[in-house]
Write a protein that binds this ligand. Structure first.
Ligand code: NDP
Length: 269
């Protein structure tokens, strides 16, 4: 196994308090990086911080309450990271969630909210952390995107549309920032077990009649219905490994690109 030593380097993971972001923060800590995570919910953030501090007692870890859609929050988060660590090498734009709605039931406000979330959850952190990234020896930005960008689903019309736009944004950023040596890439996720799927399962439990399916049965049936070739949801760690690859020198000649993490769910060649 290739060992990557990230000691002395700093990784920022937005939405690091749960799911994919949390798994990514763990990988960076395992590799010796200092890590800053953020999230909106203080309790969730505190629990994530405590869990990471327990597993990595020597770790340099900063956990900050921050809504990535709030410019003041993001700027304050960046200032905290600068004060604590003095540099940023890797930025993972992960914070967010999907919106389940068809065209018929998506209001104008819902469209605006979704477009704002998908675009500004990248735009604001990139603006705030770019000055620090530019000073790093081999900086990288990685965005968590979805396979919906290339394979839209009618029941997630606004998310799919916004995801396609994000693919374009990542490409443009990669081109614009390449002369400054900042690489920009993304991962395209199919379905990954995480907080948002756990919440959907809780909703199912509240609405379903007996006998109710276990989490394993429920996810296996969904994977089967969706014809996911690998027959299961992905794990947060599997998405995190692709993010880690794109954030580190393992992918030093890759920019403006994406990795599919969908268990074969992509239908295109
Ligand atoms: P989780 O709900 O487990 O984690 C989401 C994280 O983002 C939490 O830490 C949450 O904390 C944080 N977050 C959400 N909104 C904001 C915000 N405005 N500002 C700061 N933090 C925020 O879900 P996942 O791990 O699945 O999601 C990670 C990313 O992957 C998301 O962008 C999601 O859309 C994307 N994705 C996931 C898929 C999946 O199947 N799991 C499929 C396709 C894409 P808090 O709520 O406390 O702010």
């Amino acid at each position: 196994m290739i060992q990557i030593d990230l000691s002395g380097q700093v990784a920022v993971v937005t939405g690091g308090s749960s799911g994919i972001g949390f798994a990514t923060a763990r990988l960076f800590l395992q590799a010796g990086a200092s890590v800053a995570i953020c999230g909106r919910d203080g309790e969730r953030l505190g629990a994530a911080q405590a869990s990471l501090a327990k597993e990595f007692p020597q770790a340099q870890l900063l956990a900050s309450r921050c809504d990535v859609l709030d410019a003041e929050h993001v700027n304050a988060f960046a200032a905290q990271v600068m004060e604590r660590f003095g540099r940023v090498d890797m930025l993972v734009n992960n914070a967010g969630q999907g919106r389940v709605s068809t065209f018929a039931d998506t209001t104008d406000d819902a469209w605006r909210d979704e477009l704002e979330l998908k675009y500004f959850s990248i735009i604001r952190p990139v603006r705030a952390f770019l000055p620090m990234l530019k000073d790093a020896p081999s900086p990288a930005i990685v965005c968590v995107n979805s396979l919906l960008a290339l394979q839209p689903e009618p029941h997630m019309v606004a998310t799919s549309s916004a995801r396609a736009g994000v693919l374009s944004l990542v490409k443009s950023l990669a081109t614009e920032l390449a002369p400054q040596n900042v690489r920009v890439n993304s991962i395209l996720i199919g379905i990954v077990e995480s907080g948002q799927w756990k919440r959907r399962y809780e909703n199912y439990l509240q609405q379903a009649q007996e006998p109710r399916q276990s989490w394993q049965q429920w996810t296996a049936e969904l994977a089967r219905k969706k014809n996911i070739p690998l027959g299961r949801f992905g794990l947060p760690e599997e998405a995190a490994q692709a993010l880690f690859y794109l954030a580190t020198k393992l992918s030093s000649y890759t920019t403006g690109s994406h990795i599919d993490v969908s268990g074969g769910f992509a239908r295109h060649v």
